[in-house]
Design a protein around this ligand. Structure first.
Ligand code: DC
Length: 226
């Protein structure tokens, strides 16, 4: 039996995970957050005090003994790093930066891409990331490139951080966002890039509810046309 695959790519803060999770729930699809896998690998390197961008050989060596597993619980995706549930530990600014750096290393990407492709073989899924439509699932049934202006993405991220009690400034969040965009789009191997056969959705100025509806409509319409 072959399953349906929906690929959602786009820059940080475009609302990919919140929107994908909501749409997946409505459609009865499994939501797969691939960024969480890069984050878990980055967490391992930070714990081992490996300099991710400076010491690529040590990163690759540590990756050989790294096991990343994904499960789906009542509250959504659970990420296991070497058997430990790290779902709640991978959302810090330090891990975000580390994930963007580790994602530049082809050996890391290839290992995670294998896991992502295997997951997509097992269920109807909505998978979000940066290279899903271009590299991981080039044959996805529906491809969406979700974006918003960098100012709006930074504003949303700042509000989230304030709510979590994280001390930061709007300027700092905007500057981090611009750096992450440059890092994710500028890397050589499987960079963030809109797939030619994807639908571009710009959520600037939309409420979350409006974006969820919009995406659901696009996905259902495209799946019905197959
Ligand atoms: O979606 P996120 O912010 O959790 O992703 C964290 C980092 O991982 C992001 O800066 C880029 C990288 N990433 C990637 O390169 N490819 C993916 N498919 C998903 C994430």
């Amino acid at each position: 039996m072959s399953f349906r695959k929906v690929a959602i790519d786009g820059p940080a803060g475009a609302g990919k995970s919140t929107i994908s999770r909501a749409v997946a729930e409505e459609l009865g699809y499994v939501y797969i957050d691939t960024g969480a896998m890069y984050r878990a690998c980055a967490l391992k390197m930070l714990r081992k005090e490996i300099d991710i961008s400076g010491d690529v050989n040590s990163v690759i060596k540590a990756m050989n003994s790294t096991e990343i597993e994904i499960a789906h619980g009542e509250n959504g995706q659970i990420v296991y790093l070497d058997g430990e549930d790290v779902t709640g530990k991978i959302r810090t600014a330090e891990v975000s930066k580390g994930a963007s750096d580790i994602a530049k290393i082809p050996e890391v990407r290839l290992k995670l891409v294998d896991i992502q492709r295997a997951l997509a073989q097992k269920c109807n899924c909505i998978m979000d990331g940066r290279d899903i439509g271009t590299y991981v699932l080039p044959d996805a049934d529906v491809k969406i490139f979700l974006t918003a202006s960098v100012e709006e993405r930074a504003k949303r991220r700042y509000a989230e951080l304030v709510e979590k009690g994280v001390k930061t400034t709007p300027e700092e969040v905007l500057s981090d966002m611009k750096k992450r965009d440059a890092n994710d789009s500028g890397r050589e191997f499987a960079p963030l890039k809109q797939a030619e056969d994807s639908v571009l959705v710009d959520t600037t100025g939309n409420t979350l509810e409006k974006s969820v509806e919009l995406l659901k409509d696009i996905i259902i319409k495209n799946l019905n046309e197959i």
